[in-house]
Design a protein around this ligand. Structure first.
Ligand SMILES: Nc1ncnc2c1ncn2[C@@H]1O[C@H](COP(=O)(O)OP(=O)(O)OP(=O)(O)O)[C@@H](O)[C@H]1O
Ligand SMILES: [Mg+2]
Length: 284
């Protein structure tokens, strides 16, 4: 089973919309798909209520400690793809989801501040050496200076491999996306021959191709001493080497995280799933 996480710091960037879009596109391509929602806001669960009990089924899982076990059970049950929709920001559930994913997708609106705000998510993906890619969402119909400014900002972040970490195509802002979700559908069900559906199917194809050979942010030796590295620009990229879900991040052993009071050992910390125990909630 492949697991994709949709995560980013900024609210409203399209995590839920794209999770649903990709899940249904993958299902239409013949895969058995499950959606997991770790965001208590419940965008996916509410969508499921409007949709009825029709696949892909949404499973709300709010406790970080439950994510790995559930993913293992889904894999044993023959699910081919699980997409995890997370809340904005970084919390224990998002970190656990990234830890156990095969690909971290980071949607962003096409503005430089939005792209800069992806750094926090990227730094978690980097720590766990997970492949990642950006999705530019809600782009204008005509790719003008706004979109090229955004890709230039990304290009500065990842100058050598921008094509490999910027998903294609960009997803244009269109009412179809909002109308589809309101009807309990995905855009490729709501208007199957429309441009938005075509883009989402194209995005699924891009994602599927990248599930098997992603890109991770390279971890430099000196950065290993820092407990929770800032994402520095330019980000150095290298080919992903797949890890098992129980591995600690290659250059960031858990002891290093703990040294900085960033307790990310979710398996041994019974409080890790509760918001009050999170270091980032206390401003660290
Ligand atoms: N490509 C698009 N075209 C038009 N509207 C879009 C598009 N993508 C997302 N939206 C709309 O933008 C809003 C935010 O999208 P969405 O809820 O998917 O973002 P999110 O990142 O999940 O937000 P949150 O952080 O609150 O969970 C919604 O109203 C959604 O319908
Ligand atoms: Mg959402």
């Amino acid at each position: 089973m492949h697991t994709i996480v949709m995560a980013t710091q900024k609210g409203g960037s399209g995590k839920s919309t794209l999770s649903i879009g990709l899940a249904v596109a993958a299902q239409q391509a013949g895969h058995r798909v499950r959606l997991i929602e770790t965001d208590k806001q419940g965008t996916l669960s509410n969508w499921q209520v409007r949709r009825g009990l029709v696949e892909p089924i949404v499973e709300p899982i709010y406790n970080a400690l439950d994510i790995e076990r559930r993913l293992q059970a889904l894999a044993r049950g023959g699910v081919a793809l699980t997409i995890i929709d997370t809340a904005s920001g970084i919390n224990a559930a998002t970190t656990a989801a990234i830890r156990h994913c095969d690909l971290c997708l980071i949607p962003s609106r096409p503005s430089v501040p939005d792209i800069e705000a992806t750094a926090a998510t990227l730094s978690v993906a980097r720590a766990w050496r997970k492949p990642f890619a950006f999705i530019l969402n809600q782009t204008p119909i005509r790719a003008g200076h706004r979109t090229s400014g955004a890709t230039a900002a990304l290009d500065e972040s990842a100058p050598r491999d921008i094509d490999e970490v910027l998903a294609q195509p960009f997803i244009v802002m269109r009412n179809d996306h909002q109308d589809a979700l309101a009807a309990g559908l995905s855009v490729s069900e709501f208007a199957p021959s429309g441009k938005s559906a075509e883009e989402i199917r194209g995005l699924w194809q891009w994602v599927e191709n990248h599930l098997t050979g992603g890109i991770v942010a390279a971890v430099e030796q000196e950065a290993a001493a820092s407990a929770y590295p800032d994402v520095e620009f330019p980000i150095l990229l290298s080919r992903a080497t797949r890890q098992t879900s129980t591995d600690a991040p290659a250059s960031y052993p858990l002891s290093t995280w703990a040294d900085a009071k960033l307790d990310l050992d979710l398996d041994s910390n019974p409080n890790a799933g509760s918001a009050s125990s999170l270091p980032w909630d206390s401003g660290l």
